[in-house]
Design a protein around this ligand. Structure first.
Ligand SMILES: [Mg+2]
Length: 260
């Protein structure tokens, strides 16, 4: 039915440190099919995501099968300006992706890059907006999510996402950020290149209508929404957003519909 599958992770395969029912079975079923895990979460490096799969009992992927918004951002910046200088505010996943293709340069950065996680404070905001306003650096965010699910000391909570953390830089400098993660087609394009696949032959499985489904559908991919994450059974489809090819309760139901 498809040549390849892209899977979002949080809300599709796990919630924080808890694997979702039947995620293991689903991954076993597609193990011989080309597939990538594609996430707007820029905080973890691919090897840390691999370690998480192992820790929570899911089949171990290769690091090359993990595509984060931090990697997509680094890839895009390298295309804009090879050997670019950057000033980054975010977690290890972002810093690791950027230092592979760019040079950290808080004094003369070409780009101010905002990810997720701790780091935003008066000093980092001040440095960022001076680079933007006085030196013409461009403002870039890894992902548009306003808030994301997290587990703090074992308790579920919301933490600010990339879209929220870049907002103070945008407001204080008066410029609009470039935002890389889903639904921006950049990330799906990068996934297609890695898989050597045409969008129309690929299935995207996600839990968010506004990022996973909207972005993949815009590129002509087939799409499946599982209602195990942000969007629950019974929730009304958001007005104005394209509907997926399959709208199912969970991965087990999806297997049935796509005959896996
Ligand atoms: Mg998700």
């Amino acid at each position: 039915m498809f040549d390849a599958i892209l899977l979002d992770m949080d809300g599709v395969l796990f919630h924080g440190e808890r694997p979702l029912p039947r995620a293991d079975e689903f991954l076993q079923k597609i193990r011989r099919m080309p597939h990538l895990f594609i996430t707007n979460n820029p905080t973890l490096a691919p090897d840390q995501v691999v370690a998480k799969f192992v820790r929570i009992g899911l089949p171990k992927p290769e690091p090359e099968q993990i595509l984060t918004s931090a990697q997509a951002t680094a890839d895009w910046l390298a295309k804009q300006k090879p050997g670019f200088g950057y000033y980054a505010v975010g977690a290890v996943g972002l810093h690791q992706a950027l230092c592979e293709v760019g040079l950290e340069d808080p004094l003369h950065a070409d780009f101010v890059v905002v990810g997720e996680g701790p780091g935003l404070d008066f000093a980092t905001l001040t440095r960022g907006i001076n680079l933007i306003v006085k030196q013409g650096a461009r403002l870039v965010a890894t992902n548009p999510d306003i808030n994301v699910d997290a587990s703090v000391e074992g308790v579920h909570c919301l933490v600010p996402g990339g879209g929220a953390l870049v907002a103070p830089f945008a407001v204080a400098s008066g410029v609009e950020p470039v935002i890389i993660g889903k639904p921006n087609p950049l990330m799906f394009d990068m996934a297609m290149r890695r898989l050597g696949c045409q969008p129309e032959h690929c299935l995207m499985v996600g839990d968010r209508p506004d990022t996973d489904i909207a972005g993949a559908a815009a590129l002509g991919m087939r799409t499946a929404l599982v209602r195990t994450g942000r969007f629950l059974p019974g929730d009304t489809w958001p007005e104005g957003l394209v509907k997926p090819d399959w709208d199912v309760e969970n991965l087990q139901h999806l297997r049935h519909f796509i005959q896996l």
